[in-house]
Design a protein around this ligand. Sequence first.
Ligand SMILES: [Zn+2]
Length: 402
Amino acid sequence: MKPDTAPQAFLDAIDADTMLREVQDWSAINTGTANIEGLEKMAGVLADAFSALPGDVELVQPATVTAISAEGREYEKPHGKHLVLRVRPEAERRFVLTGHMDTVFPADHPFQTVKWLDDDTINGPGTADMKGGLNIILHSLRTFETIEGSSRVGYEVMINSDEETGSLASRGLIEELARGKYAALTYEPSALPDGTLAHARGGTGNYSITITGRSAHAGRNPQDGRNAIVAASDLVLKIKGLEAEDITVNPAKIEGGAANNVVPDLAILRFNIRPKSTDAMNRFDGELGAILRGIEAEHEVGIHRHGGVTRPPKPVDDRAQRLFDLVKACGAELGQQIGWKSTGGVCDGNNIAATGVPVVDTMGVRGGAIHSPDEFMIVSSLRERAALSALVLTKLSTGDHL
Ligand SMILES: [Zn+2]
């Protein structure tokens, strides 16, 4: 095969019927992020499927993740294992391809089955986000492996079990696998159903602040109490005051409190931030620290801070832009018109970009309405995007440095 001169050969090499059948089968396995049993089943099916490639498949234990309960207690949250395939780890030029096996639909959600919407569109849980994308990873690599020159490069495939809840149990693994790689591809569905890629992304952080005051009788000795709800309310206004053009702050929930005749000694404030730049992210962190110390002193309460930025902002630097340009050029060779646009959404591409590795993170299927029961996948995009990835990998293997 002469890939540079015959991109049609990539399309011809893809077995679209097998791809569709696998996506339908994979979509039928419920893999809500908390469904450990479903994730285990899926990991087994994926391990079998990816063993068609050279290299070794390994299931990796999730990292320990804690959360704060409504009572202010820190507890451990269980997660599924992650899949890692390592191919030719000794190669000098190596890539990382990533995806996630979890979906936002828990085991008891009514949306569990696949149905046809028209002759090129299916509706089903995780079809677009992102079992279709996982299937594209598999089939683009199978095609890539048939190409002369693929044996000169190596790659790792990482499929995590917890992307939809922020990849807290896989962040470390993602960063470890990304570091030092030549380029990264992530298989979230395209930003728009026409195939448009997501370009720069903002970041996100989630915080739980536990405030411990002192309870007292609201009528008899209120002066002895330290009101955690009042301190939390003061905190809400102060962090909301940190909003700026490059960062938004969303106080989302206050839990805790007590009966009407009691000064409440517990409040848990949960909030989300969306920094648009690394500067904004770091500035917020410093200012939050000062505000928390101020609240502690002023309201005489104890404060425990949990969480932080989980997805750093993803700017597109020169090398990343060259990767976008390469994907666009490969698309053009295959008769696919590919553009991009910035988005407020986040994904594992944020964490990969933070390691300095160029990444395009919407290499998956064309589809839409993700995270809703209307989620759909355009069936013909399986073959189309698998050919695109195979061609991109080929160019990345042989081209000059990004
Ligand atoms: Zn996704």
